[in-house]
Design a protein around this ligand. Structure first.
Ligand code: RIB
Ligand code: CA
Length: 317
C-alpha cells in the first residue's frame, strides 16, 4: 500500500483533494500536515480536521506546521476561498483535535521509519518541506517522491502575471525543495483549468448524492464559485489541488510530462515566485539553462475529462 503524507494549506480545493485521498483504497494517508497559505495556520488546521471528520473513510492524524513563510509575511487567498477558507458557510466546527508536535518533526520521523516509501503530496506552500530539508537533509533524501501542486507550469501565473500562489507565498521554500535532490513531480496551474473544473451539473450531481463529504465538497467551494462568477462570469469551480491528487492516485490521466530544469525566482519583486521551466527544447540563440540538469518531472497535458469522471465517482461512492 502506498504511504502518503499530505501537506496542505486547507482551502476549499485542498479539502476536495484530501477527501479523494482519504476515500481512496490505493493509498494509506499516514498523516496530514498543515501550513499557512490560503488561510492562516490555525484555520488551515481546523479546516483539515473538519475535512477528515466529515469524510467517512480513513482518519489520519493532523499535525500543524509553519505559521509563516521562511522570509516574508504571509499572503493569504481569503478573497478567493472565503474568510474561513471554506466558503464561509458555517461548516467548520471540528471535534477532532490536532496532534501534539510540529509537522516538520512528524515528517522527518515518518521518513526515517519508512525510508524510500513515503510520498509527500504538497498542495500548499512548501514551507514545512523546506524546513524539514534544512533540519535534516540526509533524512529528506529518503523521501520516495514529492508531488507538488505548484508553479504556473507553462502558462501565466494566477497570483502575479508570472507566479502561482503556492510558490508566491514562499518562493524561498520552493527553491530549497527544487534544489534538494528529492524526486519532484510538478502539477502546474496550467493543467488544472478547463474541463477539469466542476460545472453546474457536476455540483448538482454531488449535492443530489446526499453523501456527507460530497455535499461538504460543494458547499466549501461556494466562495470560489462566487469569485469565478464575479471575475469571469463563468459558473465553475477550478480545483488545482484535486487535479494534483488525481495525478497521485491515477497516473494514467497524465497524457504528457517532461523532465525539466526549474529555476525559482526569489530576488526581483516583479518576478518573485516565478518558476522558469526549461523543458529541454533548443533555443534559437543560446542554450539558456541548457547546462542545468533536470530537477523535476512537469505535467504538460492531463486527460481532464477522465480525471473529472473518476473524481465524481470517488466522491459519491
Ligand atoms: O494556485 C493554486 C493553489 O493555491 C492551490 O493549492 C490553492 O489551494 C492555493 O493554495
Ligand atoms: Ca492549497
Amino acid at each position: 500500500m502506498r504511504k502518503l503524507i499530505i501537506d496542505t494549506d486547507t482551502g476549499s480545493d485542498d479539502a476536495v483533494a484530501l477527501i479523494m485521498a482519504l476515500k481512496s483504497t490505493e493509498v494509506d494517508v499516514l498523516a496530514v500536515t498543515t501550513v499557512c497559505g490560503n488561510v492562516p495556520l490555525e484555520l488551515a488546521t481546523k479546516n483539515a480536521l473538519m475535512t477528515v471528520e466529515v469524510t467517512n473513510a480513513q482518519k489520519p492524524p493532523v499535525y500543524a506546521g509553519a505559521a509563516k513563510p521562511l522570509m516574508r509575511d504571509l499572503v493569504t487567498a481569503v478573497h478567493v476561498h472565503g474568510e474561513d477558507g471554506m466558503g464561509d458557510d458555517h461548516l467548520i466546527h471540528p471535534t477532532l483535535k490536532p496532534e501534539y508536535g510540529h509537522a516538520v518533526d512528524l515528517i522527518l520521523d515518518l521518513v526515517e521509519k519508512n525510508p524510500e516509501e513515503i510520498e509527500i503530496v504538497t498542495i500548499g506552500p512548501v514551507t514545512n518541506i523546506a524546513l524539514a530539508i534544512l533540519k535534516a537533509p540526509e533524512t529528506m533524501k529518503k523521501v520516495k517522491r514529492i508531488y507538488s501542486m505548484g508553479t504556473a507550469g507553462f502558462g501565466p501565473g494566477n497570483t502575479t502575471p508570472v507566479a502561482e500562489f503556492n510558490v508566491y507565498v514562499d518562493a524561498e521554500a520552493y527553491r530549497i525543495m527544487m534544489n534538494s535532490g528529492i524526486p519532484v513531480r510538478i502539477i502546474g496551474f496550467d493543467v488544472c483549468l478547463g474541463e477539469a473544473a466542476w460545472n453546474r451539473d457536476d455540483m448538482e450531481l454531488l449535492l443530489a448524492s446526499q453523501k456527507e463529504e460530497a455535499v461538504f465538497a460543494v458547499r466549501c467551494n461556494r466562495s470560489l464559485l462566487e469569485y469565478n462568477l464575479q471575475a469571469s462570469g463563468g459558473y465553475f469551480v477550478d480545483l488545482p489541488d484535486a487535479v494534483a491528487m488525481g495525478v497521485v492516485l491515477w497516473e494514467d490521466i497524465v497524457l504528457e510530462d517532461k523532465l525539466c530544469y526549474c529555476y525559482v525566482c526569489t530576488t526581483e519583486e516583479a518576478t518573485y515566485g516565478q518558476v522558469v521551466i526549461n523543458d529541454g527544447r533548443k533555443s534559437a540563440i543560446s542554450n539558456g539553462f541548457g547546462a542545468n540538469l533536470p530537477n523535476a518531472t512537469v505535467c504538460k497535458k492531463i486527460d481532464n475529462q477522465l480525471f473529472k469522471k473518476r473524481l465524481l465517482e470517488l466522491l459519491v461512492r
